[in-house]
Write a protein that binds this ligand. Structure first.
Ligand code: PMP
Length: 437
């Protein structure tokens, strides 16, 4: 499979079409940050301010944000900013002192999970949460083998980068990562639930042949980087049973779908039924403040807790806890999960209507405000056309991206206060641009 190792819609340094002040910034950036970073879009966007579902350029140009799931309750939400500033002015220490804030937050968060998931550990990034989960899974199972999907992304640490096929295969000697095809109808034509579970068992067989014991099946519960595969609901249940039958654990990576985005449920795994052994959280958790964590069953952490101790200097600090609480308050008080359900459904319906007018609009997949939209040429998914569309949308002040192994689907994942008028703006712009590409 050809992976999207170069970003089809990315800026080419020196392409020469940037405004002089932005060209200067791009050059300084390359000099200071080095060659591994990539900018979005052929013409990068220079931003100075965010508010609600909009991002603003220095000259005041407003971009409609259809992409950023970190600022999930809206960019720079005043209640979150206020909570952050208030706590930063009062006390900013770590989890080695008694403090009510972290406990108030932990209890509020855990109340959003099934009772079996009774502990939470705090980190600063989703990568750290997944890395910690792997350490815990190794202690709990005595195994090392990890199953991921073909184009998964789970983080940037050594262990989680090896679990992230989308940034390249696990190449280190001794890597014990076993990829399986993503749960699409195309990959499993005889049924996704049974096929995906069989793939998990098959990966365990491959481990056994290599003398490796299973530790973990980890999946993003919306399969964002694989191309967005939410349906049918409950297809994950047999896969979770399959890894448990072989002595491994099931980790639901909620870094992308968590915190109400999928609309019908607060967590992506709840659409699928099985209660995971561990759940990793991140991105939207702090609405831009680095706040992430791992929720788990007490029996999963028992062995690790006896043998190791855990401390993360910034993870769960007093400011993080105040921010996390404010984010939960805003999701509840502004009915953002309900908004994700209603607006997401309208968005998908409108995309399906658009498909009747434009043969380049293929399958729409999604749950709530997490949508993958395949773009076609002559009935076949077309990454190059998708990239042209992403760039044309940017030029029309709508920020969007692509997903999937080849980048042949639009990834639509706006802040949750996204409204029906915003959906109209996206659909009108797509309708106008599609025939030109
Ligand atoms: N898991 C998933 C599914 C992600 O999308 C990401 C980030 N894109 C991570 C883990 C890693 O999170 P972070 O960048 O906070 O380390």
């Amino acid at each position: 499979m050809t992976r999207q190792t170069t970003m089809l819609n990315a800026y080419t340094p020196g392409a020469g079409h940037l405004a002089p002040q932005d060209e200067a910034l791009a050059n300084r950036r390359a000099r200071a940050l080095g060659p591994a970073y990539r900018l979005f879009y052929e013409t990068p966007v220079h931003l100075v301010r965010g508010e609600g579902v909009h991002l603003y350029a220095p000259d005041g140009t407003a971009y409609l944000d259809c992409y950023n799931n970190v600022a999930s309750v809206g960019h720079c939400h005043p209640r979150v900013v206020e909570a952050m500033a208030r706590q930063a002015a009062a006390l900013a220490t770590h989890t080695r002192y008694l403090h009510d804030g972290i406990l108030a937050y932990a209890e509020r968060l855990l109340a959003l999970f099934p009772p079996d998931l009774a502990h939470v550990m705090f980190t600063c990034t989703g990568s750290e949460a997944n890395d910690l989960a792997l350490r815990i899974a190794r202690a709990a199972t005595g195994g090392t083998g990890v199953i991921v999907t073909d184009n998964a992304y789970h983080g940037v640490t050594l262990a989680t980068a090896e679990m992230s096929m989308s940034i390249g295969p696990a190449v280190a000697p001794g890597a014990t990562v076993f990829p399986i095809p993503a749960p699409s109808a195309q990959n499993y034509p005889d049924g996704i639930a049974a096929g995906f579970a069989q793939a998990v068992s098959g990966a365990c067989d491959r481990m056994k042949a290599a003398g490796i014991k299973p530790a973990l099946l980890i999946t993003d519960t919306i399969f964002s980087s694989d191309g967005v595969f939410p349906d049918p609901p409950e297809f994950l249940a047999p896969a979770a049973a399959a890894i448990r039958a072989r002595g491994g654990l099931f980790l639901a990576d909620e870094v992308q779908p968590g915190f109400g985005r999928t609309g019908t449920h607060f967590w992506g795994f709840q659409r699928h039924g099985p209660i995971p052994d561990m759940v990793s959280l991140g991105k939207p958790m702090g609405n831009g403040y680095p706040l992430a964590g791992l929720v788990l069953k007490p029996e999963t952490i028992a062995e690790f807790g006896q043998k190791a101790r855990y401390f993360n200097t910034f993870g769960g600090n007093a400011v993080a806890a105040a921010v996390g609480l404010a984010v939960l308050d805003v999701i509840r008080d502004e009915s953002l999960q309900e908004n994700a359900a209603t607006v997401g459904q309208a968005f998908m319906q409108d995309l399906r209507t658009l498909a009747q007018r434009h043969e380049s609009v293929g399958e729409t997949r999604g749950a709530g405000l997490f949508i993958g939209q395949t773009i076609l040429t002559d009935g076949q998914p077309d990454p190059a056309r998708t990239a042209r569309l992403v760039n044309a949308m940017r030029d029309n002040r709508i920020l969007i991206s692509s997903t999937g192994p080849k980048g042949d689907s639009l990834k639509i994942r706006p802040p949750l206060p996204f409204g029906l008028a915003n959906v109209d703006q996206v659909l009108t712009t797509l309708d106008r641009l599609l025939p030109t590409l």
